[in-house]
Design a protein around this ligand. Structure first.
Ligand SMILES: NC(=O)c1ccc[n+]([C@@H]2O[C@H](COP(=O)([O-])OP(=O)(O)OC[C@H]3O[C@@H](n4cnc5c(N)ncnc54)[C@H](OP(=O)(O)O)[C@@H]3O)[C@@H](O)[C@H]2O)c1
Length: 272
């Protein structure tokens, strides 16, 4: 029997690339997204498009149930849906702060919680959480996004202990800078021009970080790392992928904090 993967946020970027790769590899793919009616790219006999908004508990429950009915069982969950809020912290409204965590953290936890009874019953399953290098290091103006991804890292690392003896694996994929809609339509960019003291800093740093987004690696690179995490049979927890994950994360471990911060500042605060 083909194995089945269940993916959140499969309408674009990394989620879509992962759906395509698993389909090519002969897997059944439950590709979930907020608006499956609009999907034009993903096709295949082993594909099931399902509506799922990670902030809507009923849609999570319905999509998992439908995927199990359709394919018989689910082997791998990819918690991929997410977006980045960027801007000065003082300018964010409470609603924007909550939406960042409702999506990237509580949404991911809710999908995981609703999938676990199925994995527990089967005595196996793999949960792959798409975190970020931004869950291990930080850059300015991304305080909300980083705190959400640091939460995903902590949640996943702790969870892997308690699920290990049940035959359920937890994996964390940590992409670097990847060229997707993350830096355009998905981004929640905020500014308040009345907060004059921040304006020069905001514009300078935003331009530096935004330009790195346009030079990012392709989402297919991350899809390959996700596929490896799903299939390599190892108990390995973390899969950093894509520049600058390969050199920035080791550097963070090696250098004293003050040196590391100076390197970040010399890059992202260039032109201040
Ligand atoms: N691109 C990068 O540089 C990068 C780096 C590290 C980590 N990541 C992480 O990778 C993941 C995928 O991002 P991406 O780069 O592929 O960006 P993307 O192209 O913008 O894709 C984001 C996906 O998340 C979905 N989504 C957002 N809110 C949702 C919700 N409430 N319910 C269900 N789906 C929702 C989007 O759906 P809609 O189409 O409906 O908007 C879209 O399918 C995210 O978790 C992101 O934080 C990205």
């Amino acid at each position: 029997m083909n194995k089945t993967v269940f993916i959140t946020g499969a309408s674009s970027g990394i989620g879509r690339a992962a759906a395509q790769l698993f389909l090519q590899q002969g897997w059944n793919v439950a590709a979930t997204m907020r608006t499956p009616d609009k999907e034009k790219v993903l096709t295949g006999a082993n594909l099931k498009l399902l509506q799922l908004d990670v902030t809507d508990s009923n849609s999570i429950e319905a999509a998992i149930r439908e995927a199990i009915v359709h394919f018989g069982q689910i082997d791998v969950l990819i918690n991929n849906a997410g977006y980045g809020s960027v801007g000065i912290f003082e300018a964010f409204t409470p609603e924007q702060i909550h939406r960042q965590f409702d999506t990237n953290v509580f949404g991911l936890m809710n999908v995981t919680a609703q999938m676990l009874p199925h994995f527990r019953k089967n005595k196996r399953g793999t949960i792959i959480n798409v975190a970020s290098i931004g869950g291990k290091v930080t850059f300015p103006l991304y305080s909300l996004y980083h705190s959400s991804k640091w939460a995903v890292e902590g949640f996943s690392e702790s969870l892997h202990y308690e699920l290990r003896n049940l035959g359920i694996k937890v994996k964390i994929v940590e992409p670097g800078v990847i060229k997707t809609d993350f830096y355009s339509r998905s981004q929640d960019m905020i500014n308040d021009e009345n907060l004059e003291e921040y304006q020069h800093y905001l514009k300078t740093v935003f331009n530096n970080t935004q330009s790195s987004g346009t030079n990012g690696e392709s989402p297919e690179v991350v899809a390959k790392a996700i596929y490896k995490a799903a299939t390599d049979g190892s108990k390995k927890l973390r899969y950093p992928v894509g520049s600058p994950a390969n050199w920035l994360l080791p550097l963070r471990k090696l250098l004293p904090e003050s040196w590391f911060f100076a390197i970040v500042r010399s890059n992202v605060e260039k032109g201040l």
